[in-house]
Design a protein around this ligand. Structure first.
Ligand SMILES: [Zn+2]
Length: 408
């Protein structure tokens, strides 16, 4: 019964329900939101695997009964759609191999998934959705839709590789279609579970797919990430020892995702399992969101200005840290405009430099303003005309004309 045995393996090793379904090779995005549906689908996959196996001689080791011995049964209880609780009877799970090697895992009251480190558990909970929604709402951007971008700890991809190697060692016939871009699938599952929930709270459309105009960038971290990655020293000692020596060169850290992926690709599963013969440690806490950042694509405004004063520099004028003149063309234009746009930063550029004491008459000098991470981006012609009048009414030093939103 390949399906049943593999399912038991994944459960015993400490995978959450959503992760189990990803191992089974499911790629349908929608069903992951409801754990009841996840469980139903797991059963279907398991039955299919059992059926497919008929007539095939399975020469796998039964990992759960021979190599991998638990002295306690892990009892899994589905508490609700968001949380999964695993307990064991005396609090210690001992995994033993050949009676020599023992790996003691601390008691997990609320077991954090050994693969996703809680990303598809806590990371999909109502608490997590609340954090994400508040971040979008407080940022105050006027975008109608949003996408999600997620970065996660390096150890997550190491763990995925690790569990796959153990799973295939135990069940060589287990279908490997779920292994291709498994980490990408975890990301997609997370986005598709939380995205619609955040959308319902913030009143914006969740857009599946690559970054468009407005994105919520989520950085997730795991407190023991570095500790997990140290296993690479045993797997590929030379490579990581030399990276340690040249730490300054590797700004992304000695154990970057790319370095670990590259190192692992060079190893066969057999070589990998020589060092990683037992599962990785069960995380004692879930990943957390260390940074939530809303980012809107820039918008651009262009126009022309005349300058009538001989005491007005183009940009703020400082000499040895001391301000020379009170104002500048840039400030007279950008400050009122940014009051309306509420951008994080602005970049002003005009065609050519002009001296302080030179006036600019005629058709005026063309300029472009880039508004970086703007909150308000939707301006009608009337709005733009009002902004232009506001600036022209506020000063006699310059005159603004042809103000408009441009693509770039
Ligand atoms: Zn998981």
């Amino acid at each position: 019964m390949l399906g049943m045995s593999a399912l038991k393996f994944l459960e015993d090793v400490g995978c959450c329900r959503r992760c189990i379904l990803v191992y089974l090779g499911d790629r349908s995005d929608i069903l992951y939101a409801q754990l009841s549906l996840v469980n139903e689908t797991i059963q279907k996959f398991v039955q299919q695997l059992n059926t497919d196996e008929e007539g095939v001689v399975v020469c796998s080791q039964d990992y759960s009964s021979s190599e991998y011995k638990e002295n306690n049964d892990i009892k899994k209880t589905i508490v609700n759609d968001q949380n999964e609780v695993c307990t064991d009877s005396d609090g210690t799970v001992i995994l033993s191999k050949n009676g020599n090697l023992e790996h003691i895992v601390k008691k997990q009251k609320c077991a954090v998934c050994i693969t996703c480190i809680g990303l598809l558990q806590w990371g999909c909970s109502t608490d997590a959705v609340k954090l994400l929604s508040e971040s979008v709402s407080h940022a105050g951007h006027d975008a109608a839709g949003f996408t999600l971008a997620l970065s996660f700890p390096v150890s997550l991809s190491l763990r995925v590789h690790w569990i796959w190697a153990l799973l295939l060692q135990a069940y060589p016939q287990f279908p490997t279609k779920g292994r291709d871009d498994h980490v990408g699938t975890i990301k997609d599952v997370w986005k598709n579970v939380v995205g619609p929930q955040v959308a319902a709270v913030v009143g914006k459309t969740f857009i599946v797919g690559p970054y468009q105009d407005f994105v919520l960038n989520v950085t997730s971290t795991y407190i023991h990430d570095l500790q997990d990655c140290k296993i690479m020293d045993q797997l590929c000692g030379n490579m990581f020892a030399s990276r340690q020596k040249q730490r300054r060169k590797y700004s992304n850290g000695v154990y970057s995702k790319q370095a670990i992926d590259t190192a692992i690709k060079k190893l066969s599963d057999q070589e990998f399992l020589k060092v990683c013969s037992i599962p990785p440690s069960i995380p004692d806490e879930a990943i957390s969101f260390s940074s939530l950042q809303c980012l809107h694509a820039p918008i651009y405004m262009a126009g022309r200005y005349n300058k009538y004063s001989r005491d007005l520099p183009q940009t703020p004028w400082f000499v040895e840290g001391e301000r020379k003149l009170e104002s500048s063309v840039q400030e007279l234009l950008c400050q009122p405009l940014n009051k309306a746009v509420c951008a994080e930063d602005i970049k002003f550029s005009s065609s050519g430099r002009e001296d302080v004491d030179v006036r600019c008459l005629g058709n005026g000098r063309p300029f472009v303003i880039e508004f970086i991470n703007p909150c308000h981006t939707k301006f009608s012609r009337e709005d733009i005309s009002k902004l232009q009048n506001l600036i022209n009414d506020s000063t006699r030093l310059i005159r603004l004309r042809d103000l408009q939103i441009i693509d770039k």
